[in-house]
Design a protein around this ligand. Structure first.
Ligand code: C5P
Length: 297
């Protein structure tokens, strides 16, 4: 909802970036009693972003979004984030959140989760709470598995549902090309239809971890995996072809992000990334990106 001209605004309008992520690797380790899957994943924040413009209002939570398909009521994770923070803090204020949406949805890029995390961070400041990160983390975990990662950003290893985080320092000197093949994939569908071989001893071993291969770029293609790829590539073989195309174009690493549908290729040289971008099917949505560094470790 857009703000009406006579709405009293209690703060200057401020802009907040909500960056996307890619999963550089993702292993599914088992089924959990809560119906989720136990994961090990490397999250990397990237420079593709939504922009949130926030105004503090006397009451009510209202959202406007540049993408008309996205809900602007409690179906929007940013709305739920604002509501949860307001209830948890006993705040008697409201807000208007305008979302300029650039991150494709249903793409495995965490756009909704990032908007929710940016909302928590922004309102923590705008509502004058100034809670430390540790106090926001449980609220983020309640909103969704990927939301806690976006509170800090950068690069992190995620365990549990993805909410148990450990900051990672990995090489950052590369460029990425992201392709959104205009296809929305439901995360729930992927997990329900995947046939995870959870008996493989190496993968289940506590001695095997994605982190063991994270700090050397030449190891990524050999050792990092995304266990969600087989089910998605089986249904949509053209996504696998995008991965292969990136490798032919000189990518040192290419994968599906999260549960898809976005595919990314990583290049050491910006010029190689740009020429791979130019070769991508023109009806797809594409982005050139670089990794976003988190706060100092
Ligand atoms: O956490 P989020 O709401 O994004 O997850 C969407 C769905 O994906 C869950 O309802 C669940 O079916 C599946 N999922 C899972 N294990 C995870 C993350 C998601 O089974 N670790």
């Amino acid at each position: 909802m857009s703000l009406e001209a006579n709405t009293p605004i209690y703060s200057p309008l401020r802009h907040y970036s909500a960056y996307a992520k890619v999963n550089l690797g993702l292993r599914v380790l088992g089924h959990r009693e809560d119906g989720y899957h136990e994961l090990e994943t490397i999250f990397q924040e990237i420079s593709v972003r939504d922009v949130l413009t926030i105004a503090v209002l006397p009451e009510g939570i209202t959202i406007g979004c540049s993408d008309p398909v996205i809900p602007v009521d409690e179906g929007n994770l940013a709305w739920r984030a604002a509501d949860l923070l307001r209830r948890s803090a006993g705040i008697g204020l409201g807000c208007n959140i305008q979302i300029k949406k650039n991150i494709p949805t249903g793409a495995g890029l965490g756009g909704g989760s990032s908007d929710a995390a940016a909302t928590l961070k922004a309102l923590n400041r705008e509502w004058g709470l100034h809670w430390p990160l540790e106090r926001l983390l449980p609220l983020a975990a309640e909103l969704g598995s990927d939301v806690p990662f976006f509170l800090r950003g950068g690069c992190a290893l995620g365990r549990g549902r993805g909410e148990i985080l450990q900051p990672l320092a990995i090489p950052q000197g590369w460029w990425g090309v992201l392709v959104y093949p205009n296809l929305t994939i439901s995360t729930r569908w992927v997990y329900e239809n995947a046939n995870f071989d959870l008996t493989k001893s190496l993968k289940n071993s506590k001695f095997y971890s994605l982190t063991g291969f994270a700090d050397k770029l030449s190891d990524w293609d050999i050792h990092l995996v995304n266990d969600l790829e087989p089910v998605v590539f089986n249904k949509y073989p053209y996504l696998k072809k995008l991965v292969d195309g990136f490798k032919r174009a000189g990518a040192f690493y290419a994968r599906m992000s999260g549960s898809g549908s976005a595919i990314f290729g990583l290049f050491l040289d910006k010029s190689d990334a740009l020429s791979a971008l130019a070769k991508t099917e023109s009806s797809y949505t594409t982005f050139l990106f670089h990794p976003v560094a988190g706060p100092a470790l």
